[in-house]
Design a protein around this ligand. Structure first.
Ligand code: ATP
Ligand code: K
Ligand code: MG
Length: 680
């Protein structure tokens, strides 16, 4: 698994966050966080009370008390703003590193007449065609339409090993900012200026485009409702106090309100969200929205493509086997003829092998032949010669159908040869010319290491893995066994992948899918979380809501872990925050009514020194708990792959019970300090 890029909190990020904390005091900004907005209103009122203590009612406490309450409330709001600013600051730093890779480059725009015109990469529009030679930077995201080259993607992925990219097939898309290491390529620009994946990643990480996620909106609403309820509770206290002929100071009422509303989670909520998104980008995954990251935390089923995901995918032809009655030379030649115009990696590897086996075919022979492109629908490719002869290669069942339709017969040993290849986990391609099948090509593929353990880990989290492949059942079964997936679908057409996703979704399951090919695009769009490989086609990346810049589909497991961690962190701190408030009842209520109802002394289990000290201690604790929890909010609670309910009980214990106990200790400690300093 790619180690996350470390994101240290530098001095300038912290100092900038302090400045931003003050800037965020602007009510127009604060209103977005209802809980903290109420605290800000309270701060303003206590400021007025510090100037005119008798503003509302004749004040029974000194000006000093009002000033103390005002200052503590001001810091409560500043601490909350600081937490958010810190998270944003870290995101901005991350965006700056990304922006550096988007260096401004000159590009060779291919004109209509074939000449090149030097333009700046920022002027390239969707549809433009540029030529990139060895050593040059690819100016923006696009698809290779001509040529083959090795691309150094280290600027984006940090991996220095160049990857082969070529026109056609699933490895044809290139990302702006990467460099052509050998040969040249002609690239069709696929994104408008400012719309490239990097631009979107930067906008997202900077929080500019970070719209609230469903989970966050729900929680914010809950917190707003809680705040409203406590506001009403406090309002009803005024007549009650009058009835008891107890004089209640406005500053004390505001202090009680702020202690009771969920300011701890209210102050940390956005920091948790921003930090969660930030963790995703640290894993080199570009998430289109926070929603996608959270959905990843709730995934039940993972649908994985075989070729290029579970296996390395650069399937190479390793043997060319004739059926009985066909000479090896004839078979090799027909395999060559079926592949000379096949741009896919499979096709190229067959030509290479045929050439190595001593066969070649003069270009003039097939120059005007019609190329039949491979598609996931037909699962065949080949040539239609000018003479009318048709040469095909493809999935065995597809070729059988093709030959039977021509009235040809199926060789008796075809299945044995094909099944032997499939049982070895290879992909057999049958080859036919006219109405005759000549033999089978053995496309070799290998399963990526370490998958078995990762899938077992997912199973531990209650996530089911399904391998979905266009390949034949035997090959699929062999690979599925070797990779250790829970289930597989063979000979899957794109609509079968979508059907599999819809079936799971109908069972109320959230489905995540990785893919890289164009035939994966519709399924990636249908899935709740679609992770496209950066090496995949643009169509796949456009359809997905996440892109893995390292093109490592097992990265989805990290994304799932991050998504889960984000949800758990938010849940844990909310539990802590609510639990937190219980202790404050014991600190403040007795303090407020002790004079009228001495029997309330029984509630003063912390034996706080005096009513004012009790209230100030609770208020100070309520403020400092926010910065104290910033590290957990930013790093996320420790997350280990264990079953969801075990994890839940663990967190309820720590943050629930902890949330009740900690304030008692904290408030008592502060009360003692206040005594020592004999402030109150
Ligand atoms: N270039 C090609 N020419 C002819 N047939 C091909 C070619 N590439 C693949 N095939 C055949 O088409 C089948 C389906 O290909 P497809 O890419 O949809 O699935 P896959 O690559 O085998 O597996 P996955 O769906 O996991 O990518 C392959 O199993 C193979 O038999
Ligand atoms: K509170
Ligand atoms: Mg494929």
């Amino acid at each position: 698994m790619t180690t996350a890029r470390k994101n240290t909190l530098t001095k300038e990020i912290v100092s900038q966050a302090i400045i931003d904390a003050f800037k965020k005091l602007n009510p127009a900004v604060m209103i977005k966080n209802p809980v903290m907005f109420v605290v800000e209103v309270g701060t303003v009122i206590t400021l007025l009370l510090s100037i005119w203590p008798d503003l509302f009612v004749a004040s029974t406490v000194g000006r000093g008390y009002n000033i103390a309450v005002f200052l503590i409330l001001l810091f409560t709001v500043l601490f909350a703003n600081f937490a958010e600013a810190l998270a944003e600051g870290r995101g901005k730093a991350q965006a700056d590193t990304l922006r550096k890779t988007k260096s401004e480059t000159m590009a060779k725009l291919v004109q209509k007449d074939g000449s090149y015109k030097q333009v700046s990469s920022t002027q390239l529009k969707k549809g433009d065609v540029v030529r990139v030679d060895t050593g040059e930077i690819i100016p923006t995201d696009g698809e290779i339409i001509e040529g083959l080259a090795s691309i150094d993607e280290s600027a984006i992925t940090g991996e220095s090993a160049p990857v082969i990219k070529e026109a056609g097939g699933d490895f044809s898309s290139v990302t702006g900012g990467t460099r052509v290491a050998s040969d040249y390529i002609i690239v069709k620009v696929m994104t408008d200026p400012g719309e490239s994946f990097l631009d979107r990643m930067i906008a997202l990480v900077e929080g500019a485009k970070r719209q609230k996620t469903p989970n966050e909106i729900a929680l914010t609403t809950l917190l707003a409702v809680l705040t409203l309820i406590f506001l009403i509770v406090i309002m009803t206290m005024v007549p009650m106090a009058q009835y008891l002929s107890v004089k209640l100071d406005v500053a004390t009422l505001i202090a009680l309100l702020v202690c009771l509303i969920p300011t701890t989670i209210g102050g940390l909520l956005s920091a948790i969200g921003i930090a969660g998104m930030d963790r995703v980008t640290q894993f080199n995954v570009l998430a289109m929205s926070g929603k996608a990251v959270e959905a990843a935390g709730d995934i039940d089923t993972l649908i994985l493509d075989k070729t290029g995901t579970i296996t390395y995918g650069n399937r190479m032809a390793s043997e060319i086997l004739p059926v009985k009655g066909v000479s090896s030379k004839e078979m090799i030649l027909s395999a060559l003829m079926a592949s000379v115009k096949d741009e896919t990696p499979e096709g190229r590897s067959i030509v290479e092998l045929a050439n190595k086996l001593g066969e070649s075919w003069a270009e003039k022979e097939y120059k005007d032949a019609e190329a039949i492109e491979f598609t996931a629908e037909t699962r065949m490719s080949g040539l239609n010669l000018a003479s009318g002869a048709q040469i095909r290669k493809g999935a065995v069942d597809a070729i059988k159908k093709h030959i039977s339709a021509k009235g040809g017969r199926i060789p008796s040993d075809l299945d044995d040869i094909a099944n032997r290849i499939a049982r070895a986990g290879g992909t057999p391609l049958a080859v036919a010319a006219g109405d005759r099948i000549y033999g089978v090509i053995y496309l070799k593929d290998t399963v990526k290491p370490g998958l078995k353990e990762r899938f077992a880990e997912l199973r531990g989290m209650g996530i089911k893995t399904i391998m979905c492949t266009g390949d034949n059942p035997l090959t699929a079964a062999t690979i599925a066994l070797e990779a250790g997936v829970d289930d597989f679908i063979a000979e899957a057409k794109p609509e079968d992948k979508i059907a599999a996703i819809k079936k799971e979704q109908q069972d109320g399951k959230l489905v995540a899918m990785t893919g890289d090919g164009t035939n994966d695009a519709p399924a990636l769009a249908q899935a709740d979380v679609g992770l496209a490989m950066n090496s995949g086609t643009m169509a796949a990346k456009e359809a997905a809501n996440m892109i893995d810049l390292d093109s490592d589909p097992t990265k989805l497991l990290s994304v799932v872990a991050i998504g889960k961690q984000l949800l758990i962190t938010r849940g844990a701190l909310t539990t802590f925050s609510i639990a937190n408030d219980i202790a404050k009842y014991f600190a403040i209520i007795p303090a407020m009514f002790i004079l009228a109802m001495p029997q309330l002394e029984a509630l003063n289990i912390m034996h706080l020194a005096s009513p004012t000290s009790a209230i100030l201690s609770a208020l100070i604790f309520n403020a400092v708990i926010i910065p104290l929890l910033i590290p957990i909010a930013m790093k996320g609670v420790k997350y280990r792959a264990m079953s969801a309910d075990r994890l839940l009980t663990r967190n309820v214990l720590i943050y629930g019970v902890g949330g009740v106990i900690v304030p008692f200790v904290g408030i008592k400690a502060i009360d003692l300090v206040l005594q020592v300093l004999n402030i109150a």
